[in-house]
Design a protein around this ligand. Structure first.
Ligand code: SF4
Length: 315
């Protein structure tokens, strides 16, 4: 349903000739009814992937194939009819809803913009049906976003995303701003909608614990590149890349150990600047297994077992 090939996105730094290498050659594909979990620390480029795939940003190189059509170079006029096939759920349910609009208008906006329904009655019926699908109802239609809790606002965001019957939804950290008790409800809602409508999700998160429950495949990103990818929960049973191992080790333990080891960061140091990424393997500045070759030669993706690929000189 969505195939991304050799995607590159670089930004020019204002007033300088320097480039920010936000995304450097990302490949993935998502089948109908499946979820790809894309994971990495803040600043690794995962949100830039989402925004470039949505064509909010122009891709520098590479292709984005949505339901068989290459949308990477389409002009806005040609892209517009295809936009209804791909929608987005944003991270912040507070900032992503217009505070001056009633819920009925927020949810109806995509169908009005795409001219899918015209009469007031049809639009109102469609909005009510979608609100009921996400666990809200008629009494919520004429309220404003500030009258809702975070979880309810994210349900409104989901309603707005699914009202055009999209084939792909980009979920950019849709649960990270919610209370833990609400996260499971929103994830279960997304899963049941996917089962019913066969939508493909690109689910972006900053930790591997969050995507385990929703993903059919997982990609781990570091400094603009996918460094490990696999099907199912293989990454949790058999992580290969030192960065993936570090991310897994940084998931907080339910029972902290006695000697305080849990306080030690699993990955030392900060993510390097994407303006001057390190040569060779971009993780070598933080990797305790780094060898001479890692400082000069970028590792290529290798398939280690069916569907499990890793880019690391250890393999
Ligand atoms: Fe570490 Fe080298 Fe593998 Fe990079 S290529 S993750 S530096 S061992």
């Amino acid at each position: 349903m969505l195939r991304v090939e050799k995607l590159v996105k670089r930004f020019r730094v204002k007033g300088s000739r320097n480039l920010v290498h936000a995304v450097e050659g990302v490949d993935f594909s998502i089948a109908p009814g499946e979820t790809l979990g894309l994971v990495g620390e803040s600043g690794c480029g995962k949100s830039t992937v989402a925004r470039t795939v949505m064509r909010i940003y122009e891709p520098t190189e590479g292709s984005i194939i949505l339901d068989g059509s290459d949308i990477s170079r389409l002009k806005e006029r040609e892209l517009r009819p295809l936009r209804r096939k791909m929608q987005m759920i944003f991270q912040d349910p507070y900032a992503s809803l217009n505070a001056r609009m009633k819920v009925r208008d927020i949810v109806a906006e995509p169908i009005v913009a795409h001219g899918l329904l015209e009469s007031e009655k049809e639009i109102s019926d469609a909005v009510l049906a979608i609100l009921e699908r996400v666990g809200l109802g008629k009494k919520h239609m004429d309220r404003y976003p500030h009258e809702f809790s975070g979880g309810q606002r994210q349900r409104i965001g989901i309603a707005r995303a699914i009202i055009t019957n999209p084939r792909v939804i980009i979920c950019d950290e849709p649960i990270s701003a919610l209370d833990v008790s609400i996260q499971a409800q929103v994830v279960n809602l997304l899963k049941s909608i996917q089962k019913e409508k066969g939508i493909a999700y690109l689910f972006i998160a900053h930790d591997l614990a969050m995507v385990r429950y929703v993903s059919h495949s997982i990609g781990v990103m570091y400094l603009g590149k996918i460094v490990e990818a696999c099907r199912g929960d293989e990454i949790y049973r058999n992580p290969l890349h030192p960065y993936t191992k570090g991310l897994l080790a940084s998931i907080p333990a339910a029972r902290p150990v006695k000697n305080g080891d849990y306080l030690k960061p699993a990955i030392e140091g900060d993510i390097p600047s994407p303006i001057a990424p390190p040569p060779g393997c971009s993780f070598h500045t933080r990797c305790s297994f780094a060898m001479d070759i890692c400082r000069t030669e970028a590792p290529q993706m290798k398939e280690m077992s069916t569907g499990h690929r890793v880019a690391c000189h250890l393999y």
